[in-house]
Design a protein around this ligand. Structure first.
Ligand SMILES: Cc1ncc(COP(=O)(O)O)c(C=O)c1O
Length: 382
């Protein structure tokens, strides 16, 4: 069998060879502990970490001193939400119905522990109405958490408008930008963002490393750490820094910024090509998510009369996800599809394509051909 075609870039991305090249010295000669200030090994590692911090900051329009490193977006989200919440027990939080579990379940945990939570709905395209956020705000709302772009259906939120609403209140604005970095413009000033989570492995960097942006000016975000330890990252995220990972994240952010415009146009064209092939050959297709305000490489597709899991079982040559599973580990129906009104059989028919940096037109053509054949077989038309 030839290597399967990888079309699951919302799940994770391959490490870009340029990112790997930047990381390798940190696994060899530059292996120092970035906290070891008394010798050159430590100082070199610290310098590499600070260079990476600058690169992450540049990718989101932030200042260098406003970025701390974590183990990924799950931890960044938890630190942002619990860190802010624990400073005000019992206060009010707002999030949306289509957040990643790392946000939704963290908020639900806090609700269980005595905080009040409002989960604002989305429209049938998965968009949040800034008016709904405005109406949900209460005098004791401390945090509003809204993702920049959705990992299943690709919908992009009107961040600047939501940010303006939140900025006019006492609350802080947290954005899970895990799927958005490198795929759309993200600027913490333009969107009035106070905290932002990102992850290296979604942007052609290594797994197990991410960052959290924390605004310092004009309002400094105060939060409590999740763990105690050696005081690294201003005491907010103690523990020996993952220097190779951090350097990889920095390189990935630099590339994401440099490639974004060209890459977005290319991925959009590939997505249109894929949809064109599928829609030309099959009837009963529905595109989930927003028609325009969506990530360029995302195609979430409902295929009438076909169970996505069954389709994928017979399609080892194409690596895509069944949109109905919120993660491969959970066979529950997707809360995202439910939130946009796609339920039951239709949600089980959803396939999620995530096209990425290294996909080619030939791969798209071949993947489309294979999907069409498989659907026809399952529909008894083969
Ligand atoms: C929107 C979103 N937030 C958070 C995460 C979790 O990121 P990580 O794997 O870095 O913990 C993911 C990844 O699945 C995601 O897509």
């Amino acid at each position: 069998m030839t290597t399967p075609i990888y079309l699951d870039h919302h799940a994770t991305t391959p490490v870009d060879p340029r990112v790997l090249d930047a990381m390798l010295p940190c696994l060899r000669e530059d292996f120092g502990n970035a906290s070891s200030r008394h010798h050159v090994f430590g100082r070199q590692a610290a310098a590499l970490v600070e260079q990476a911090r600058e690169r992450v900051a540049q990718a989101i329009g932030a200042r260098y001193s406003e970025v701390i490193f974590t183990s990924g977006a799950t931890e960044s989200n938890a630190l942002a939400i619990k860190g802010v919440a624990h400073a005000r027990p019992g206060a009010h939080l707002i999030t949306t119905a289509i957040e990643h579990r790392a946000v939704l379940d963290t908020c639900r945990r806090l609700e269980h522990d005595g905080w009040r939570l409002t989960v604002v709905p989305v429209d049938r395209h998965g968009r949040v109405d800034p008016g709904d956020v405005q109406r949900a705000l209460a005098p004791d709302t401390i945090l509003v958490s809204v993702m920049a772009a959705n990992n299943e259906i690709g919908t992009i939120q009107p961040l600047a408008r939501i940010g303006a609403v939140v900025r006019a209140s006492q609350a802080l604005f947290h954005v899970d930008a895990t799927q958005a970095i490198g795929r759309m413009e993200i600027d913490v000033e333009a969107a009035s963002i106070d905290l932002l989570s990102l992850s290296a492995h979604k942007i052609y960097g290594p797994k197990g490393v991410g960052a959290l942006y924390l605004r310092r000016r004009p309002r400094r975000v105060e939060l409590l750490p999740l763990v105690e330890g050696g005081g690294q990252e201003n005491g907010l995220r103690p523990g020996t820094l993952n220097v190779p990972g951090i350097v990889g994240l920095g390189a990935a952010c630099e590339l994401a910024l440099a490639c974004r415009a060209e890459e977005t146009a290319r991925l959009r064209a590939l997505r249109e090509r894929l949809l064109g092939h599928l829609a030309g050959a099959l009837d009963g297709l529905t595109v989930n998510g927003h028609p325009e305000q969506r990530l360029a490489g995302n195609l979430s597709l409902g295929i009438d009369g076909v169970e996505a899991e069954a389709l994928l079982l017979g399609l080892p040559e194409v690596a895509v996800s069944a949109g109905a599973a919120c993660s491969s580990a959970a066979a529950k129906p997707s809360h995202v599809l439910e939130a946009i009104g796609v339920a039951g059989t239709a949600s089980r028919a959803a396939l999620r394509f995530g096209i990425g940096r290294f996909n080619t037109e030939e791969e798209i053509d071949r993947a489309a051909r294979l999907v069409v054949e498989r659907v026809r077989t399952l529909r008894g038309q083969g």
